[in-house]
Design a binder for this molecule. Structure first.
Ligand SMILES: *[C@@H]1O[C@H](CO)[C@@H](O)[C@H](O)[C@H]1NC(C)=O
Ligand SMILES: *[C@@H]1O[C@H](CO)[C@@H](O)[C@H](O)[C@H]1NC(C)=O
Length: 357
């Protein structure tokens, strides 16, 4: 049931509820949704509405624009199970397009049980966040105000060099995450950079992996990409214990590897007779992207004080870590951000929010 690449020592130690003797850290924790709204403080700061809809998890300081401030000090609650993580993570939503041209949002469902982490199995529509460090002192946690973007919302064709280890979709072969036995984005058969072309009997999962090298100076850059980079060999495959070697000399500082994992319950939409008549797969990202190549993720750092550095140095696995406080799902769902753009995004829609098609 586990990714073959996950170090067995880490799994064994996590299952006894304890610290990982090898010293590497892999936090894996659930976050409930904090809001679904058509705002994007990174790419379209201040725009209400922004061009496309997002779904957001994390702290309640999320807003149409977010200053390079310490949002851990501005937020008063979070939807993530680690109480000190007030960061925001956001991605596109997924929609199904029916044969008659109407759209319906694909629900997100809770992730599987791993490492005795019940929170993650009970979330109502959020997603799972991972942070990886190869060992104590080997990564530098982000500074307050840090933010970055991975992927390109406008991409609609396969990039010249595959970026499958950066963003991918997994097509589960049956209920309960069937077929999930390779590391995220590493399965040659079930993982694709584009949206899957056939019905996925157990749903579709998105994995989005952020860069692991930083220029050491800038909290952001005009394109929200250039202050960070992948190792010179390309995006590091997710192993749960490595952030990859060989950062470029321009971006020498190793940062934790963040990965987002979103499970879309597409099972209500598997009847091909209801798919658009062109026979092409029926799912759209809320950007209007039907290819999947435009999958992207945004991040604004917001861990309180030095809590992330402590966690990265703590040799922790899963959703418990010495000295880090956790909250319950009941507490997490109480945290929300008011919607700024009042529009319908649920139920059958004539068009994707903000996009006339
Ligand atoms: C969002 O920003 C507006 C304008 O600056 C402010 O009035 C509002 O309180 C902010 N909301 C949150 C949740 O921080
Ligand atoms: C379009 O089709 C879906 C089912 O495929 C149906 O539930 C919905 O009501 C239809 N919408 C319109 C406007 O006919």
């Amino acid at each position: 049931m586990l990714w073959s690449l996950l170090p067995l020592a880490a799994v064994a130690s996590a299952q006894t509820g304890g610290l990982n003797g090898r010293g590497s850290t892999m936090l894996r924790f659930g976050c409930e949704q904090v809001v679904i709204d058509r705002i994007d403080p990174l790419v379209n700061p201040g725009a209400v509405p922004s061009p496309h809809l997002h779904q957001v998890v994390g702290g309640n300081a999320f807003n149409a624009s977010m200053p390079e401030a310490d949002i851990a000090e501005l937020a008063t609650c979070t939807t993530c199970s680690f109480a000190e993580d007030f960061s925001n993570y956001w991605t596109a939503n997924m929609y199904f397009k029916a044969r008659n041209g109407s759209f319906k949002r694909v629900p997100q469902v809770a992730n599987r049980l791993l490492f005795n982490d019940r929170f993650t199995t009970k979330t109502r529509g959020g997603f799972v966040v991972y942070y990886v460090s190869p060992g104590k002192g080997q990564v530098t946690a982000f500074r307050p105000g840090f933010r970055m973007l991975v992927g390109d919302a406008n991409r609609r064709t396969a990039p010249a060099k595959s970026l499958k280890s950066q963003t991918c979709f997994r097509c589960f072969t049956g209920p309960n995450f069937q077929g999930d036995n390779a590391a995220p984005c590493a399965d040659a058969r079930l993982d694709t950079e584009a949206l899957p072309t056939g019905p996925c009997l157990g749903g579709i999962r998105s994995n989005i992996l952020y860069p692991t090298c930083w220029d050491g100076k800038n909290l952001d850059s005009p394109d929200h990409h250039s202050h960070v980079a992948y190792p010179t060999a390309g995006p590091q495959t997710f192993t749960g214990s490595s952030v990859g070697n060989g950062c470029p000399t321009t971006h020498p500082v190793k940062i934790p590897q963040i990965m987002l994992e979103i499970t879309w319950d597409t099972t209500a939409f598997n009847n091909k007779a209801e798919w658009p008549e062109d026979g092409i797969q029926p799912f759209y990202l809320s950007t209007g992207d039907r290819t999947g190549y435009g999958q992207h993720g945004d991040y604004v750092f917001g861990w309180k004080g030095d809590s992330l550095q402590r966690a990265m140095d703590g040799g922790c696995t899963g959703a418990s870590c010495r000295d880090l406080k956790t909250i319950s799902n009941e507490e997490a769902v109480k945290c929300s951000v008011p919607e700024l753009v009042k529009e319908k995004w649920e139920g059958w829609l004539n068009a994707l929010p903000g996009l006339e098609m």
